[in-house]
Design a protein around this ligand. Structure first.
Ligand SMILES: Cc1cc2nc3c(=O)[nH]c(=O)nc-3n(C[C@H](O)[C@H](O)[C@H](O)COP(=O)(O)OP(=O)(O)OC[C@H]3O[C@@H](n4cnc5c(N)ncnc54)[C@H](O)[C@@H]3O)c2cc1C
Ligand code: FES
Ligand code: FES
Length: 1353
């Protein structure tokens, strides 16, 4: 095999010896020994498990340690601790070479449906904690590792175990609730009064509802028996005392040297200063994968005793630089418990930083030294070490020096004082002294596992017995290109007294010293500068409080009691969750599963890692890998494409482009796209071509080596740009009713304004994936695709290849989430992969990396709305005009239908007599935006609630009263003239008001706000009404195919795809009731174009309604055919009748078809029904904001949702919670950042934050409305996938309510009650809206030719 030495420096070349010297890597996987004589250091454990060992239970979700889908447990003998240790890691970052003599346990190693599930696997499945299941194996392994270390964990330990895991489907509650059954503190005190939030403590029955049966029964769970766990491999245990010797592993481009002694390491460094040290690989791994960096020689010092030692010294605790952060955390926590408080001020600061620092998987391997030497400007530890003056011991061959970390330690961006031949040996973290106080603060977008916007360490030492400053250190991360110390500010405070004057002086001085350029990387300039002052104020108060305790009150200012909560560190409250649903009617047969909380039928296989996703399919022998080549310019002409360097990459097969297309290059829903850009590119991420190679790694290298030159053209990136340039897709859409002029004339008040709602990435855990297999005959091709839309996948591929659709077979087993992102955009990849398979005649596979997926495939449309609303002093709205603009991107895709839905939902639940809504689709040079759960509805409704909240504020009336007053009633006509029938919203509203104890809590919130100056609470109740149907009428059709085999088993197929929403489970429930047989007799294998043709995408929440009806119809046909046999043998069984029918030569296969009746709306005449019916729900949320940092905490949410007669309450509650939490992400967390050039900055979980385990409301109650059968859908059920998402707006408006209280207290007289809060309400927006004395306002003017770091698009 050719060896690529291209980027080696001369210094390291000598270190790359002949392959013959390479050692054997020996490790264990699930108890089996693996010996590899040819291991490549560039291979991660994840790639090794999945591709070499065929263990596909461990998933790839991001490749950057940010999602936890790849979590596995490592066990090794720790020579310093003399014991076996178990810890979880991200297999995507673990180099396989680092695993010599380590035992790896994957999800397959702990249990299986074929033998016995592990209790962890069983409990997550049975508690409905697995929807699409892609995150499940990783979550299982995090829990399993916790239990291996702590068989009886506390609830807090359980929650902490998941800081590094994400799930996009479930909303986390069921996972936590299932796993709390392992907790020693049980999770629920059963009403014993130990937990004030306990669900059983709801003494007053406000809703007159009885508690529902549980969604799962923990009593049936298998017990956890620690003695049954696999043992540590005896062979490795025997090696524990044998001396470790240096190892070398040689790869194609990289050599890995595992140094056994410090001397070996220093010798290597002396001879070759450029070799790269790697310990946890959490930094280097990312540089290699995402920044295209190559380190030809890597030295791993993890075995060296001196680098792992922990020493308790006179002045502090000294940690070897390779100590993993988790053990630093443990040692410091033990010291805090043992030592006097005054000695552990610094340790508590470090612990506070480590508490919010990555997940366990990262902390278990990431080293202390790695964090320091990476010299990241946003390192959380470096400001703390700088503020406390931690001692760094630096060694090289023959030299050793100790320096205190101060402002000189980081001379430039990502640079340290270390000389090239030096390494960091150890770090001594000092004890604090009497009279010394320390705090650390960090503000990020998300509390858990997020990088800081600003992070800091602050220390003050007072002269003995006084409050006069002897030393003051204030150090920040996130305020420059390196960690900085605010020396200018702190030096002038020496000898000053800790009082208000000092505070004022520090604030004024920090505002000047901690300045950021208007184009500073990371943006948020005003917010970051404000945080420096806010943090110091918190430190000031915290010290005052501590001084108060130390009896020095008379010597310093007294702490105002209403200020006290500003000093509180974030604490977790005991969680409490309740779910209410209606039991099936008494007398319903036990076999009839409709209405029962049946577990998702693949949940156990998902939990054991057996469930097969697209990329888990075994590779074909001659299979090739594809990687897309995409544009780096937003708008440009392609001048040239040079693939010569790519061709030199090993394993290169070919480059495919538009020139290879045998059929048509024109594609897209509106035929306004190309499979491959030919002459012009219209967004960054526009697909130009693809390379095809033997492995994904080679494909990545080859794709990076393709050189494209461009001639740049003017680009339009933002909605405002598009409006200015009149750049739109299609023409204006409009709905108008009543007489606006008269409406506004009648109004007592008119307000107008603008609100912006940012986009959202789908972040399904499984990225887009396609395998295309050319059949070699008659143009046939088989595609396995992760898609919600088999029909369009088939037709787009057929058109591109120029073959009839009947030659293309598309198959979907399951998806790891879809949320609309795989409704049309999956075809971008599948069409390209199909072309490569056609060109090479070989199977081709591609699964997008997370960064590609986020860049290329678009997301939810950002919306800008300009509104004008007229209303009476009573709050009654009489006129409304809203102009909606969406950023559609470079093609039309589904944007028009999305805008139509936004217009249909611009009323939310309110009757507005005079109304006009317009919509325009902005044509811009960003990736085309597409369907996303809610499909424009949430944007339309957020705008409605936004002006509604302003109406209430302007009238000075309680918002809930104004909302209620304007609400529709049964029989009303909407603004698009559809009659509201079966209007259950009023019931939902009343029940939610009651169950949330709204009135009482409103008073409590007011009391809290009076008593707390810097923390404010907000409360809000929000209704939703969601129209059910595709608004394109013909899409409301579905088919099903039922085969009954001679043993009585049934193979069911329908047009819908399974993406975690439980559709297949529900369809089996429907078929089971229709055929009157047990669900166990029915199986769904997959969705495919050769079983049910011409299917609509699985979307618009209607899949259960339409496919369920089609399944029902097919079952009826079968039943009719069986009828004579039943009559003949009335006491016979299902199997008897089936056999008889077969012997009677009666067909046991039937199709079913359904189309929704009476649909069709005309924008021209504003008549006809766009929807079959509506789903309703109400949510009440309470939040607490920190007015100084913009942080917020979701305290409580109560939801009442009408899902008709639920087919499956577990699945429906799962959909309600999952949608709500996704909405919570949309409205409060998830923010896409684009550069002014249209480049997406946020391309992975490190920068784009979806809700995590800790983001959900502490108290979370979901109630399915009772006794509300829906006569319009199968078995009286209702659609549920999208409607609940908007209810998360209750959190957004609760935040707005809290900000209002903050502004009322802190704002100057002229602070307006109406203020702008765009969505998402991130800490930045919350903080900026809470104007107070610590707000640094006024970003310095942007100099000419200088652009902001990011734009709102
Ligand atoms: C998902 C995730 C979340 C994260 N969250 C946070 C966070 O919240 N806050 C934060 O501050 N950081 C965070 N990080 C960054 C992470 O903490 C650091 O990357 C980590 O501490 C580096 O340690 P490592 O052992 O993995 O370093 P490696 O990647 O192995 O090495 C990093 C660098 O340090 C050098 N190096 C390592 N040891 C020595 C030594 N003894 N002497 C000289 N050079 C040395 C290496 O040569 C290399 O240049 C996160 C990273 C990930 C992947
Ligand atoms: S795939 Fe490893 S953390 Fe996401
Ligand atoms: S079930 Fe967790 S990501 Fe789908």
């Amino acid at each position: 095999m050719p060896v690529f030495f291209g980027s080696e420096t001369p210094e390291v070349q000598g270190l790359r010896p002949m392959k013959t010297t390479a050692d054997e890597l020996v490790f264990f996987v699930n108890g089996k020994k693996v010996v590899d004589k040819n291991v490549d250091p560039e291979t991660t454990l994840l790639a090794y498990l999945r591709r070499k060992l065929g263990l596909c239970g461990t998933k790839l979700g991001c490749g950057e340690g940010g999602c936890g889908a790849c979590t596995v447990m490592l066990s090794k003998y720790d020579r310093l601790q003399n014991k076996i240790v178990h810890f979880s890691v991200n297999a995507c970052l673990a180099p396989v070479c680092s695993l010599h003599h380590v035992a790896v346990t994957t999800v397959e190693g702990i249990g299986s449906t074929k033998t016995r599930l592990h209790p962890v696997q069983e409990r997550i499945a049975k508690s409905h904690g697995s929807q699409c299941g892609f995150c499940t194996p990783g979550i299982v392994m995090s829990m399993y590792t916790l239990l291996r270390n702590q068989p009886e964990p506390t609830i807090e330990e359980i929650e902490d175990a998941f800081q590094g895991n994400l799930c996009r489907c479930t909303g986390y509650r069921p996972i936590l609730q299932g796993f709390r059954t392992f907790a020693r503190d049980g999770g629920c005190c059963g009403g014993k009064g130990e937990n004030p939030n306990c669900c059983m403590n709801q003494k007053e029955d406000h809703t007159h509802l009885t508690l529902s049966p549980a969604l799962f029964n923990p009593e049936g769970f298998m017990p956890l028996d620690a003695t049954q766990e696999p043992i540590f491999p005896p062979e490795l245990l025997r090696l524990k005392d044998t001396p470790q010797k240096q190892l070398r592993f040689e790869g194609e481009r990289v050599t890995w040297i595992q140094a056994a002694t410090l001397k070996e390491l220093l010798d290597l460094k002396a001879q070759h200063p450029n070799v790269k040290l790697v310990v946890g690989n959490t930094e280097i791994g990312i540089e290699m994968k995402f920044k295209n960096k190559l380190f030809p020689v890597i030295v791993c010092p993890a075995w060296i005793p001196e680098l792992n030692a922990v020493e308790h010294r006179q002045e502090g605790i000294c940690f070897g630089a390779a100590c993993p952060l988790i053990s630093v955390e443990k040692t410091l926590a033990e010291a805090v418990d043992k030592l006097p408080t005054h000695k552990t001020e610094v340790f508590r600061g470090v612990l506070e930083q480590l508490r919010w620092f990555a997940g366990k998987q990262v902390k278990s391997v990431a080293s202390l030294g790695g964090n320091i030497i990476t010299a990241s400007p946003i390192s959380d530890l470096n400001p703390v070490f700088m503020a406390c003056g931690a001692k760094m011991t630096l060694v090289s061959q023959g030299t050793k020096r100790t320096v205190r970390m101060d402002h000189t330690f980081f001379p430039a961006y990502r640079k340290t004082l270390l000389k090239p031949e030096e390494i960091l040996l150890s770090v001594e973290i000092p004890y604090s002294r009497e009279g010394e106080y320390f705090s650390a603060f960090k503000q990020a977008s998300r509390r858990e596992d997020d990088i800081a916007k600003v992070t800091c360490g602050m220390r003050v030492l007072f002269k003995s017995g006084s409050t006069e400053v002897e030393e003051l250190a204030v150090c920040f991360g996130g305020m420059a290109d390196r960690t900085v110390s605010a020396l200018g500010t702190t030096q002038r405070q020496l000898s000053k007294v800790w009082n208000e004057e000092l505070l004022q002086d520090v604030s004024a001085s920090l505002a000047k010293e901690m300045c950021l350029a208007p184009d500073a990387p990371g943006g948020m300039v005003e917010f970051r500068r404000t945080l420096t002052l806010s943090f110091f104020f918190k430190f000031y108060l915290t010290v005052l409080q501590k001084l108060g305790k130390a009896d020095l009150e008379d010597k310093c200012a007294k702490l105002d009691p209403t200020y006290a909560s500003a000093t509180l560190l974030f604490h977790k409250d005991p969680p409490a969750n309740v779910q209410f649903f209606q039991e099936v009617p008494s007398g319903q047969s036990e076999e009839d599963m409709v209405g029962r909380p049946l577990v998702h039928l693949s949940a156990t296989m998902q939990a054991s890692g057996e469930a097969v996703y697209c990329d888990d399919m075994p590779r074909h022998e001659n299979e090739l890998s594809l990687r897309l080549v995409t544009s780096t310019k937003a708008h440009a002409r392609i001048k040239s494409i040079d693939t010569s360097e790519a061709q030199r990459v090993p394993g290169f097969v070919c480059f495919v482009s538009a020139d290879d297309i045998p059929g048509s290059n024109v594609t897209g829903i509106f035929n306004d796209e190309t499979v491959f850009a030919k002459d012009e590119v219209t967004c960054i991420g526009h697909i130009i071509g693809a390379v095809v190679t033997d492995t994904p790694e080679h494909a990545q290298r080859a794709a990076q080596a393709v050189k494209i030159t461009y001639e740049e053209l003017p680009a339009i990136i933002t909605i405002e740009d598009a409006i200015k340039n009149q750049s739109f897709h299609g023409s204006e859409l409009k709905i108008e009713k009543g007489n606006l002029k008269e409406g506004f004339a009648e109004a007592d008040n008119i307000i107008s304004g603008e609100v912006y709602i940012g986009g959202q990435d789908h972040f399904y855990l499984e990225t887009h994936c396609t395998i295309a297999i050319p059949k070699g005959e008659a143009g046939e091709m088989e595609l396995f695709v992760s898609t919600q839309n088999t029909m369009k996948t088939q037709s787009f591929v057929a058109k591109m290849l120029g073959v009839p659709e009947n030659r293309i077979l598309v198959r979907v087993k399951r998806m790891g989430g879809g949320f609309g992102g795989k409704e049309t955009r999956s075809t971008l990849l599948s069409t390209a992969v199909a072309l490569a398979a056609h060109k090479t005649g070989r199977p081709v596979r591609c699964m997008l990396d997370r960064d590609e997926d986020m860049l290329i495939t678009g997301g939810r449309h950002p919306f800008l709305a300009r509104y004008k609303v007229g209303f009476m002093n009573t709050g009654k709205v009489v006129a409304l005009e809203v102009d909606h603009y969406s950023n559609a991107g470079n093609s039309q895709d589904l944007s028009q239908a999305i805008m139509e839905r936004a217009l249909f939902h611009m009323d939310n639940c309110y009757k507005i007599p005079n109304i006009r809504g317009t919509g325009r689709l902005c044509k811009t040079n960003v990736s085309s935006n597409t369907a996303f759960r809610g499909f424009g509805g949430p944007q339309g409704m957020l705008i409605a609630e936004y002006w509604m909240s302003e109406v209430a504020v302007t009238c000075g009336l309680p918002a809930e009263e104004v909302r209620r007053q304007n609400m529709y009633e049964e029989g009303d006509l909407t603004h698009f003239n559809q009659k509201l029938e079966g209007f259950t919203l009023t019931r939902c509203w009343e029940e939610c008001l009651a169950s949330s104890q709204y009135e009482a809590r409103r008073k409590e919130v007011e009391k809290f706000n009076k008593e707390n100056c810097w923390k404010k609470r907000g409360l809000c109740i929000i209704p939703t009404k969601f129209g059910i149907s595709f608004t394109v009428p013909f899409l409301n059709q579905a088919g099903a195919l039922v085969h009954v085999y001679t043993d009585g088993s049934v193979l069911l197929t329908h047009g819908g795809t399974e993406m975690g929403q439980g559709l297949h489970t529900k369809m089996i429930q429907v078929a089971s009731r229709a055929l009157n047989i047990s669900t166990s007799k029915i199986h769904i294998s997959e969705t495919s174009t050769n079983t049910v043709p011409n299917t609509s995408p699985t979307a618009a929440s209607v899949s259960t309604d339409i496919n369920g009806q089609a399944v029902y119809e097919a079952c009826q046909t079968i039943l009719k055919r069986l009828e004579p046999f039943k009559k003949k043998k009335p006491s016979g069984s299902w199997e008897d009748w089936v056999t008889d029918a077969y012997l009677g030569a009666v067909s046991l296969s039937a199709t079913g078809f359904y189309r929704t009746p009476d649909l069709g709306y005309s924008f021209k005449t504003n008549s006809g029904n766009p929807f079959h019916y509506f789903s309703y729900g109400v949510a009440c949320s309470e939040v607490e904001i920190d007015c100084l940092t913009g942080d917020h905490k979701n305290l409580r949410t109560d939801i009442v949702m009408d899902v008709g007669s639920s087919l499956n309450p577990a699945i429906d509650i799962g959909q309600v919670e999952g949608a709500f939490v996704q909405g919570l992400g949309l409205f409060t967390l998830e923010e896409l950042h684009y550069s002014p050039e249209g480049s997406l900055h946020t391309r992975g979980p490190s920068t784009y934050k979806i809700p995590a385990f800790g983001s959900i409301p502490v108290q979370f109650s979901v109630s399915l409305l009772r006794d509300c059968p829906n006569k319009k859908a199968i078995y009286a059920s209702k659609a549920v996938g999208e409607p609940p998402l908007f209810l998360a707006a209750s959190i957004f408006f609760a935040i707005k309510d809290a900000i209002l209280a903050a502004r009322a207290q802190h704002g100057k007289d002229n602070t307006s009650k109406l203020f702008c809060l765009d969505s998402p309400a991130t800490p930045e927006k919350i903080r900026n809206a809470c104007v107070n004395e610590f707000t640094v306002s006024g970003v310095p003017d942007m100099p000419k030719n200088c652009k902001p770091w990011c734009l709102r698009i």
